[in-house]
Design a protein around this ligand. Structure first.
Ligand code: C2G
Length: 448
């Protein structure tokens, strides 16, 4: 019995896929089809797959061409499968010409002619119109947004607005963006969604204005520095069936999400302590991040990152919080926060004028998770146990500046009418805003 194996995503399964499966099957007596898992696709940069793995498996099954279907989860699995199933022939479309020659060591490799004129990417474009996005605020983070948006299907940045027209023109020219709007109302006539990348204190009014004009909103973190403002914004979004999402890039990174789901599945037992830190020394003391009039300082600038794993793992019902800050020129150059929960204690350290480690340690009753610095750009972590033979290490790709994942989730929420992403829920953003408010009002606060 000659065994043939082939792999694919098979998204929006089409005639090209069917022809390939026919050709592969004709090479032998038993055809094994490997269907890529959702995480595996995301990790290899395929962010725009429409059908989930179960739907794609069902579609391949329905062709009646596969004798066996397996799931492809990790890089290198092809070698394991070929040996495990004693495969004679590995077959794949010639768009992969030469890429799998290394498998010749294990079996015969055959590149089959691809069907021209049809692809899942093309079908996706026909299926769905682009979401026209307008950028408000053409600063540092917005510079990263445009190139990252190019990796996400249907994300189309069509125009920008900035209070400083010259800055907006320069930005549009640099990123080949069609429109520079004179006003927000002009922009709202032309777009369906906005990305707000302005300084913190302007977020509330801009979000409200956009939501009132029925626009979906992706707003840089921290969303707002006041619990009531956050509540009002999410209420306005829900009333208008609009997506309002806090652009916390770590919350959407595949690695961070995998870390959280594994911990929530009990891998290290009950979580008792989450300790996270982040620091960045700014050479220029006049930078916005250190300007008290623009809500500068460690807590406002970085607080929403360490609060993310704390709130995702321990919830929003903390019993107490205490904030300790080293102040300089009316901003906190260093802040440490200690939070008590019914079932644990958490702490975070933030430094804009003080350097610290920048790692994340999550301690549990069976083991702990360790994410080295910079944990917020999560691409590697370990689970460590008393019996070190149980230790596990996980590696991921952190593609580009990592904004593509939040953009992808933003669009997926819009398309699927999911108003509340599970990666950073409304109540979690509201909780963060309340903590920012406590700091702003110097409640539970001590200067050191
Ligand atoms: N294919 C084809 N003709 C098309 C489109 C796709 O013959 N018009 C073939 C591809 O060459 C591939 C298979 O159909 O052999 C599945 O294609 P995709 O779903 O795009 O999967 P792909 O990303 O190519 O996955 O580990 C995954 C594999 O390495 C390939």
């Amino acid at each position: 019995m000659r065994k043939v194996i082939t792999y694919g995503t098979y998204d929006l399964l089409h005639q090209g896929h069917i022809n390939l499966l026919h050709r592969a099957k004709a090479l032998g007596d038993w055809l094994i089809v490997g269907v890529t898992n959702d995480n595996f696709d995301r990790e290899r940069g395929k962010l725009n797959v429409r059908n989930n793995v179960l739907e794609r498996v069902e579609a391949v099954k329905a062709t009646g061409l596969a004798d066996q279907i397996i799931i492809e989860d990790y890089v290198g699995q092809k070698i394991d499968d070929i040996q495990k199933y004693d495969v004679d022939i590995f077959a794949i479309g010639n768009d992969w010409d030469g890429k799998f020659d290394y498998l010749n060591e294990y079996c015969k490799v055959v590149y089959l002619p691809r069907t021209v004129g049809i692809s899942s990417t093309k079908l996706r474009e026909e299926l769905q119109d682009d979401i026209r996005i307008g950028i408000i605020g053409c600063g540092r983070i917005a510079q990263r947004f445009v190139p990252e948006s190019k990796f996400v299907s249907y994300a189309k940045v069509v125009g920008v607005y900035d209070m400083n027209k010259d800055v907006a023109c320069h930005f549009a020219e640099k990123h080949s963006i069609a429109n520079v709007y004179k006003s927000l109302d002009d922009m709202f006539l032309d777009i369906q969604a906005v990305y707000i990348a302005t300084p913190h204190l302007s977020h509330y009014e801009l979000c409200k204005h956009a939501l009132q004009h029925k626009k979906h909103v992706l707003c840089e973190t921290p969303l707002v520095l006041n619990g009531n403002e956050a509540r009002k914004l999410f209420q306005l979004a829900e009333e208008n069936q609009l997506v309002l999402m806090e652009a916390n890039k770590t919350a959407h990174s595949p690695a961070f999400n995998h870390l959280i789901t594994m911990i929530k599945s009990g891998l290290i037992g009950d979580v008792v302590d989450v300790s996270a830190s982040e620091s960045k020394l700014w050479g220029d003391k006049f930078t916005r991040e250190l300007d008290p009039k623009q809500a500068g300082g460690s807590m406002f600038e970085m607080g929403s990152y360490p609060l993310l794993p704390i709130i995702r793992l321990m919830g929003t019902n903390y019993t107490s919080i205490n904030l300790y800050s080293k102040m300089k020129d009316s901003v906190d150059i260093y802040t440490r926060g200690v939070m008590l929960f019914p079932n644990g204690i958490c702490s975070f350290q933030l430094g804009l004028g003080v350097k610290t480690e920048g790692n994340l340690v999550i301690s549990g009753t069976k083991g702990y998770a360790y994410v080295p610095s910079p944990w917020w750009l999560t691409d590697y972590y370990e689970f460590r146990f008393e019996d070190q033979n149980q230790n596990k290490k996980f590696f991921y790709k952190w593609d580009g500046t990592g904004l593509r994942y939040e953009i992808q989730e933003f669009l997926s929420c819009i398309f699927n009418h999911r108003l509340n992403t599970s990666r950073l829920r409304h109540k979690e953003s509201i909780c963060m805003a309340e903590i920012m408010q406590q700091f702003a009002e110097r409640r539970n606060f001590m200067e050191i």
